[in-house]
Design a protein around this ligand. Sequence first.
Ligand SMILES: [Zn+2]
Ligand SMILES: [Zn+2]
Length: 415
Amino acid sequence: MMKNNVSRRSFLKAGSLAGLWGIWGANKLYSSPDSSADEPDLLRNSQINFGKSRRVPYRPVKPVFPAPDGYVTLLADLHMHTVFSDGLVWPTMRVSEAHREGLDVIAITDHIEYTPYTKDVPFNLSRSYELAAPAADRSKILLIPGLEITRGRQNQTGDQAIKHINCLFLKDFNALNVPVMKEAVYAAAEQGAFIFWNHPSWAQVDNKCVWYPEMDEFIKAGVLKGFEVVNGTLYEPDVIEWSQRHKTAMLGCTDAHELIGYSYNFMEGEHRPMTLIFAKERTLSGIRDALENKRTAVYAIVKRDGFWLDMLIGNEEWLKVIFNAGVRFKSIIEKPSDGVETELEIENTLPLDVLLKAINRDKPDMAVVQEKIVVPARSKVKIRASARGLNSKIVFQIVNFQISKTRFLETEFIL
Ligand SMILES: [Zn+2]
Ligand SMILES: [Zn+2]
């Protein structure tokens, strides 16, 4: 066993080409005893990137977003599972994944009422947090103690359907292990937990959100302070409206049960859904303050009108700051007079593409530009624009920056 490990390590150290050359050499005894001058080329051209990929696992690029004045922008995933409920990974793996993807903060929120592996993993509501905490400390990841209250039955008629509620910043995990759902929620609230409603459309008829009277009560009592607008790939614009109507935080979470890398293909530019948190400081109390004050936005790949789009979803106030700090417009000719054609340079420093649609193009003071423009993440494009009158402008709708159930961010540029 030991010997195998050593030889494997030295194989990797020697590099894949040398390693493969050894294998080829052995095969040669059975095939062609004559050595050929162009074998190294053949090997080089057909080699598999094995050794390299083993030594340096593919690391996704950390998505860096600008921060509003006075805040830091933190990347969070506040809903994940481990083997201590029905997840398939050990708690420290959640920390490793988050570290690899550049997240700042995570919450492991194992189910209280659904723990299918108790034959092998002891029932212990705080254990996943306790196991992950030292690893999070080492990786400088902020770990929030949390649980998921899991009540109701899957029922296509709606009234008895599933209600799942996440509670963060818990002090006493066991206090939530009580028979009545409301009691569990209030037990969390008494500890000052930040409480949000998970995936309101999941397991509902046609994936349409259903509002429950309990939620009115929780809102009125001031204990329900957030909604999951995105859960994995589940996205329901109604929840944006609920969140805005009730003035709660919008969240985007994975609800991961398997390895993150099984669900999101980083090499293709995919990423897990995240909550952007605009915090006064990178601490747990800074995060709590931001969540309580609804300083969040959702960064997620969601399906809209049949297309998978990389989106930012949140209140206009935050999306505007991110857009203005991350995307710059520049006309090559300054103040072109009527009829003059100029080149408009659009630079996108954000980690997601921006999809621009020129609107109000018929108005007399609007410059003439093409209607649809994609500015890929971290790059620049140039388009032609013709001035119409002095100070002619262009109004763009940013199609993948959603600011309400039906509205998208708009921006104006004067040539
Ligand atoms: Zn759930
Ligand atoms: Zn869950």
